[in-house]
Design a protein around this ligand. Structure first.
Ligand code: SF4
Length: 357
């Protein structure tokens, strides 16, 4: 084993955090944890993982669940395509692999939602196969160890990182080594102000030697984040509200929402925008009664300001032919998985009697 791997594994053995997926590390638990950990902090994932395991303690239970229940347990974790893919992949593994996750990197890659990072993580952590993981934490650690000055994402940098990761990965304990690099990146070699005085690799780190650690990794200047003005209709009728299910593919896929949409240049007012959106989306004509609330939210690539309005259907309008909508009492809104802003609206509706329009 190379000296860097030995130093890092010694540090990991003494400092590894106790995490729920590390106790009883079955391939299923490792897989679910790695999917949840994509783009998400460990502390955020822990309670979601524990609730998920309480309900779906094994792959078969997940495969046989209905999609609504999977989405409800995922609500608030974001990136909902991860939940759809995890569910689909569990069904596939149950059908084609008798409920056992495949052991090889190539077979793992055939599962929905499993890319090279997750396949490497499962192959190395669950099955002790030598595949290096290269997530954002590993990238940052390797870039600093080598003092690489190229911006993230450049082909030459990615090639160099891949080669370095392969070269460092020990044949013994490859899964622990991968976890050790990720944990070092998350706790010690942090994006801002790394804790170099606590780092087991300080003596071989070229960025530390050159004093460049705080300026690495280099990044291209980010384009400004777009901001959109959005409207949503809280349509009430007989002490019930109308909610609609979003298409399975795309942002917040399969979640429920108060229908509406983005303000377009041709809209002369927010009310005009909302009427147009409800007409286009649901084929319904509404009266916009009064403003219900203003909500701000930042998604990964854009921000929104959402104006919610209390609305009613014009006489003669019916939702009977619409399969993706429901009339529900506010108390029932908890049973439907929603994104963050729609959940805020739902909570407000549950806290006070449905306001009269
Ligand atoms: Fe990161 Fe500092 Fe350790 Fe280098 S010495 S790997 S910059 S924490």
């Amino acid at each position: 084993m190379n000296a860097l791997a030995a130093d890092l594994l010694r540090w990991y053995d003494a400092n590894a955090r106790v995490l729920p997926w590390r106790s009883n590390p079955s391939p299923y638990r490792i897989w679910v944890s790695e999917v949840m950990l994509q783009q998400t902090q460990v502390e955020t994932v822990i309670p979601y993982f524990e609730r998920f395991m309480q309900r779906f303690s094994n792959l078969e239970a997940l495969a046989k669940a209905n999609q609504a229940e999977v989405l409800q347990l995922w609500e608030g974790l974001g990136y909902y395509s991860r939940a759809h893919n995890l569910h689909k992949a569990a069904q596939l593994v149950l059908q084609k692999h008798e409920g056992q996750l495949p052991h090889t990197y190539a077979e793992l890659l055939t599962l929905p939602g499993v890319g090279s990072y997750i396949a490497s993580a499962i192959a190395s952590i669950a099955f002790q196969q030598p595949f290096p993981t290269l997530d954002a934490n590993c990238r940052r650690v390797y870039i600093r160890l080598l003092n690489l000055q190229a911006p993230l994402g450049t082909p030459a940098l990615e090639r160099k990182l891949g080669e370095y990761a392969e070269q460092l990965l020990p044949q013994e304990r490859p899964g622990d080594f991968n976890q050790a690099v990720m944990e070092l990146g998350e706790r010690i070699c942090t994006p801002k102000t790394p804790l170099c005085e606590q780092c087991p690799l300080q003596n071989i780190c070229q960025a530390f030697a050159q004093g460049t650690q705080n300026s690495l990794p280099q990044r291209y200047a980010k384009p400004p984040v777009p901001h959109y003005t959005v409207t949503a209709a809280v349509i009430t009728q007989d002490q019930q509200v109308l909610i609609a299910q979003r298409p399975a593919n795309g942002l917040l896929g399969g979640l429920w929402e108060f229908p509406g949409g983005k303000l377009e240049p041709q809209d002369v007012s927010l009310e005009d925008c909302l009427k147009r959106e409800i007409r286009e989306e649901l084929g319904l004509e509404i009266t916009v009664e009064k403003e219900f609330g203003v909500y701000h939210h930042a998604y990964t690539h854009f921000k929104i300001t959402l104006h919610a309005f209390l609305c009613t259907l014009l006489p003669g309008q019916s939702t009977d032919s619409l399969r993706h909508v429901r009339w529900v009492k506010p108390a029932q809104l908890t049973d439907f998985a929603m994104g963050k802003v729609d959940r805020q609206i739902a909570r407000r509706l549950q806290q006070s009697p449905l306001p009269a329009p």
